[in-house]
Write a protein that binds this ligand. Structure first.
Ligand SMILES: NC(=O)c1ccc[n+]([C@@H]2O[C@H](COP(=O)([O-])OP(=O)(O)OC[C@H]3O[C@@H](n4cnc5c(N)ncnc54)[C@H](O)[C@@H]3O)[C@@H](O)[C@H]2O)c1
Length: 259
């Protein structure tokens, strides 16, 4: 179900080739936005842009590299003539299985996680804010995670980075709110993306174990999917989300509720 509430809005999505970002690009385009799909996986982003249709195009970006982030942002700005919104969503999830605990982790895992998942979000912020202030109604949505405030025995680097993203969003909302920028956070719970579905098909037994594990902890009829998040991001980037600033949206089927 879509509408035209983002008609003409110029939005860049960092981390758009697969999963939540890919679903968001398609949802934003379906609601009338002009979208730049930025990702380190340019083939994936190009395919997503083609599927999204409308005025969507793809650019390469490595969000851990300041020059690359600036270049991708400038490409979006020069194509659209400005920028009204950004979804800063990219994360390097390849090292997450080695993100064991605070004593055991290799510091290279910490460094890589912070370089992309936190410092990368700061670099994207620095690139887009000067353009969003010119818009007069600029909006940023960051993707963090329920792990930032859930408390988990594993993946401390990931959770630390995501907690930092929450702090960054609140800072941006407070610092540039008077200049028309809102900054909010999407904090997903466990979400079965298309890529995860493929991986699960390849290992059905383990997939069932994890699906049962998360279902037991989720007071809902099903697990989350990428599209559940895309609609929330679209709302936060639209006029419907205009009065929301510095908020963290836990989109998780209720899995962090306490009795
Ligand atoms: N799927 C979940 O269960 C879940 C839960 C909580 C939070 N999240 C968060 O949601 C966001 C999207 O995750 P997803 O599940 O869709 O995973 P995903 O791996 O499908 O998406 C991440 C995207 O970021 C891109 N990326 C990785 N490193 C990059 C870099 N250096 N520069 C630019 N792009 C880069 C990838 O190519 C990919 O397109 C992430 O921030 C993730 O931490 C996901």
């Amino acid at each position: 179900m879509t509408n035209n509430r983002l008609k003409g809005r110029r939005i860049i999505v960092f981390g758009s080739a697969t999963g939540i970002g890919a679903a968001t690009v398609k949802r934003l385009a379906a609601e009338g936005a002009r979208v730049c799909a930025a990702d380190i996986n340019i083939d994936g982003a190009t395919q997503v842009a083609q599927e999204a249709g409308g005025e969507t195009f793809a650019v390469h970006v490595d969000i851990s590299d300041e020059a690359s982030v600036q270049k991708a942002t400038e490409e979006a700005v020069s194509c659209f003539g400005g920028l009204d919104g950004a979804h800063i969503n990219a994360a390097d999830l390849r090292v997450i299985m080695e993100d064991s605990d605070a004593l055991a982790i290799d510091l290279a895992v910490f460094d890589r996680t912070i370089a992309v998942n936190l410092r990368g979000h700061l670099l994207c912020t620095r690139a887009v804010v000067p353009h969003l202030t010119k818009s007069g109604k600029g909006a940023i949505v960051y993707t963090s995670s329920g792990s930032a405030h859930g408390g988990e025995p594993t993946r401390p680097c990931y959770a630390m980075a995501k907690a930092g993203v929450n702090a960054l969003a609140r800072h941006v909302g407070a610092r540039w709110g008077k200049e028309g920028i809102t900054a909010n956070v999407l904090a997903p719970g466990f979400t079965v993306t298309g890529e995860m579905k493929k991986a699960m098909e390849a290992n059905a037994e383990e997939a069932k174990h994890w699906a049962d594990y998360f279902m037991a902890r989720t007071p809902h009829t099903r697990l989350g999917e990428s599209e559940d998040h895309a609609g929330v991001v679209a709302m936060l980037l639209s006029e419907d989300g205009r009065w929301i600033n510095g908020a963290i949206y836990d989109v998780n089927g209720g899995s962090l509720m306490r009795a």
